[in-house]
Design a protein around this ligand. Structure first.
Ligand SMILES: O=C(O)C1=N[C@H](C(=O)O)C[C@H](O)C1
Length: 292
């Protein structure tokens, strides 16, 4: 079980590699995660947005958890593994959360229920039921994808629930981090371009797709901010901005998968529909960035 103190630093949300047949590519996944673990990252997130959670089957998530656990055990490395279990159906989210706990997750990442547009009270009750499972819960606010926004008061109520240890804030505004980090809540930035802003306002770190690339530079940004040197943190962060912009120019994780394949970490940049490969224009722009 993780507690609030464990929820800090740079967490890398992993992609789910598929072969050209569209099936889970376990060998690529192991190779790619081994490389991530060569960096001093603070944690991993399986089956997040970057992991294409909408199209990954639960049995596949359990395979990813097992491979990740085996790699960590083999390296005698102890970093938290957070697993995405959120759906827009409370009962199925509770079921996945129970399964993730049994499969070896340290915490679960639970997205604000999307599509249905629940009331704030409905959102609160969703998290109340999930928190009763007993495993640590990280709330995931990403209004651009869910179509619903978590109000600050609702967020504060959810943060008071037993087992809720913090929030991943992928909103593109600063209100949530300002309101929550000042009352001792661990807020992880999930909106890569706002990393420096959110660290400056007290965020405890980030869950950042773009930290799959230039991983150590992201850790440097976090370390400077934690030491209170926001100028050094900004200098390091500025060098990451062109990468972040390109990685989000088309829907995450398509550009990231293309880059990971280009760098030899995974064997294919295959996505599952409706996600589709990046444009030829973006491929050229990424090649240019790689050549600098
Ligand atoms: O998978 C994640 O976790 C993240 N998802 C966000 C998104 O794809 O919109 C971005 C963030 O970097 C991490």
């Amino acid at each position: 079980m993780m507690d609030r103190n464990g929820l800090h630093g740079i967490f890398v949300p992993v992609v789910t590699p598929f072969g050209s047949d569209g099936e889970l590519d376990q060998a690529s996944y192991a190779n790619y995660v081994m490389n991530l673990l060569s960096h001093p990252i603070h944690g991993l997130v399986i089956n997040g947005t970057t992991g294409e959670s909408p199209t990954v089957r639960w049995e596949e998530v359990e395979v990813l958890i097992r491979i990740t656990r085996d790699l960590l055990d083999g390296l005698h490395r102890k970093i938290p593994v957070i697993v995405g279990t959120g759906t827009n159906d409370t009962a199925s989210t509770v079921d996945r959360t129970e399964k993730a706990a049994r499969a070896g997750a340290d915490a679960v990442l639970v997205v604000v229920p999307y599509y249905s547009k629940p009331s704030q009270e409905g959102i609160f009750k969703h998290f109340q039921q999930v928190a009763q499972v007993g495993i640590s819960v990280v709330v995931y606010e990403i209004p651009a994808r869910t179509g619903v926004r978590l109000n600050i008061n609702t967020a504060k109520r959810i943060m008071e629930l037993d087992n809720v240890i913090g929030i991943k804030d992928s909103s593109d505004h600063l209100e949530l981090v300002s309101a929550l980090s000042h009352v001792g809540v661990s807020v992880l930035c999930g909106d890569d371009l706002h990393l420096h802003d959110k660290l400056s306002l007290g965020a405890a770190g980030g869950i950042l797709a773009s930290a799959n690339i230039n991983t150590e530079r992201f850790i440097e940004v976090y370390a400077w901010a934690r030491q209170g040197d926001l100028i050094k943190a900004k200098e390091a962060f500025d060098s990451l901005v062109p990468w972040i912009q390109k990685l989000f120019q088309e829907s995450n994780p398509a550009p990231l998968k293309w880059l990971l394949k280009r760098q030899g970490f995974i064997s294919s940049d295959q996505l599952r529909l409706p996600m589709s490969p990046i444009s030829v224009e973006l491929e050229d722009e990424l090649e240019q960035l790689l050549s600098l």
